[in-house]
Design a protein. Structure first.
Ligand SMILES: *Cc1c(COP(=O)(O)O)cnc(C)c1O
Length: 423
């Protein structure tokens, strides 16, 4: 096999390799990959734990392997699925049935929304060089989009509870500001920003307001129905003009499916690209992609239809049970604290007085895979995690006990200096 070897970089092999040999090679190579099925993985995979659901996703991907959503009119079945996804998301988030698009992921949805902001600012607001104002906890996709689209980004520190203070957002507004961003929920701490206040501020100043619900979009509607208090965050909040929501997270589809939604089709139109100066014919696209793989679209459609409201409630209930069990296990563990208090089953685990990096290393040695943040370890729970909560608690207690208390490790939440901008 000609993968990179000590002899040098990979080269296209002179002769082909038989299928079975290749599969054997891949299977052996995959042994070093993250094992997401055992419940010791977080954030990269959202494990529904539902084998029927898994079977469906595989079957659908197989059927659409070679279809190309570049030209949806050649694939009426795929076009209908995409229209359905937009209508379902419109209904779930309370905007129109035709006010959004399916994209390949959260970062692309955010890119689309920021591009729409730029176009809208130039055409309707008279701002040639628009800027985005976002909490420091907003996903790096905003910084990336601003960088790629060559527009400015002003970040605002968050408070000790992990949420942005709308008064600080107000202070950051300049005559170039075109949009205010809020997260529902944010990734680092799993807390929902005060969307109603941020959106009201945006409306009052004549600005756009984007809610990043990549994480919460397909979770919060069901979490709320289980009785949790959820800050209003969708288009029912006046002033919210666009929203991103990933189906490949708590929508339980495989990777490559997200929604970007707008309050109106007029806003959405800024996202569309038309080009008629090409000898290859009229070219149009609704997202930055040209050729678009069909499996993520079909997989997302199938996932939502297989689960339905009932399935989402069932899986969200399992996340809730796992969350209760994890929180109890952490509370019982001396030296580990969840901070700040999250709104969902995503949170930061801190180890006051001890290096959380070192605790993370001890957890790694026990097979866990917790991401390191500036102020702690990151935990994100899927339905499957309920089955490993007890083990997590035991391993966490053992890991914490192995790490010495040191003077230079932070003793409290480091939220307010997160990003280093709090004044
Ligand atoms: C995951 C995530 C994103 C980015 O989504 P990708 O699918 O990884 O590109 C953006 N915002 C939040 C809050 C997220 O959790």
């Amino acid at each position: 096999m000609t993968s990179a070897t000590p002899d040098g970089p990979a080269r296209l092999p002179a002769r082909g390799t038989p299928v079975d040999d290749l599969l054997a090679h891949i299977d052996a190579a995959r042994e070093g990959d993250l094992d997401w099925k055992g419940g010791k993985a977080f954030s990269l995979v959202y494990n529904s734990g539902d084998e029927e659901h898994e079977r469906l996703l595989h079957a659908v991907a197989d059927r659409y392997l070679h279809e190309n959503a570049l030209n949806p009119f050649r694939y009426p079945s795929l076009l209908q699925m995409e229209l359905d996804l937009v209508a379902i998301a419109g209904d779930l988030f309370h905007t129109g049935d035709d006010c959004g698009a399916v994209t390949a992921g959260g970062s692309i949805s955010i890119f689309c929304a920021v591009q729409v902001v730029r176009e809208h600012a130039r055409k309707e607001m008279g701002i040639a060089e628009p800027e985005v104002v976002a909490p420091i906890t907003a996903h790096p996709a905003f910084a990336k989009a601003c960088d790629l689209l060559d527009i400015g980004l002003r970040t605002v520190p968050v408070e000790a509870d992990g949420r942005v203070d709308p008064a600080r957002m107000a202070e950051a507004i300049t005559d170039r500001t075109a949009v205010l961003v809020a997260s529902a929920a944010n990734y680092p701490f799993g807390v929902i920003d005060p969307v109603p206040e941020v959106a009201a501020l945006a409306a009052e100043r004549g600005l756009l307001c984007h809610v990043d619900a990549c994480l919460g979009g397909f979770f919060l509607p069901f979490w709320e129905r289980l009785g949790h208090e959820v800050t209003p965050w969708d288009f029912r909040v006046e002033g919210v003009t666009s929203l991103s929501a990933d189906i490949h997270k708590y929508g339980y589809a495989f990777k490559g499916a997200s929604m970007v939604m707008y309050r109106s089709r007029d806003l959405l139109r800024n996202q569309h690209f038309w080009y008629d100066a090409w000898p290859g014919g009229m070219y149009a696209s609704s997202t930055p992609a040209g050729t678009r793989p069909a499996p993520p679209i079909a997989g997302a459609w199938a996932a939502l239809h297989h689960l339905g409201e009932e399935g989402f409630l069932r899986l969200t209930k399992q996340v809730e049970e796992g969350n209760d069990a994890f929180r109890a296990a952490i509370a019982a563990c001396d030296g580990a604290v969840v901070t700040p208090e999250p709104d969902i089953a995503v949170f930061q685990l801190t180890t006051p007085g001890r290096s959380h990096d070192a605790v993370g290393d001890r957890m790694d040695a026990r097979g866990w895979n917790l991401d390191r943040q500036q102020g702690g370890l990151h935990v994100m729970l899927s339905p499957y995690h309920v089955q490993v909560a007890e083990r997590f608690g035991e391993d966490l207690a053992a890991s914490v006990a192995e790490v010495p208390v040191t003077d230079d490790a932070p003793t409290e939440s480091t939220v307010s200096t997160y990003g280093g901008i709090a004044e």
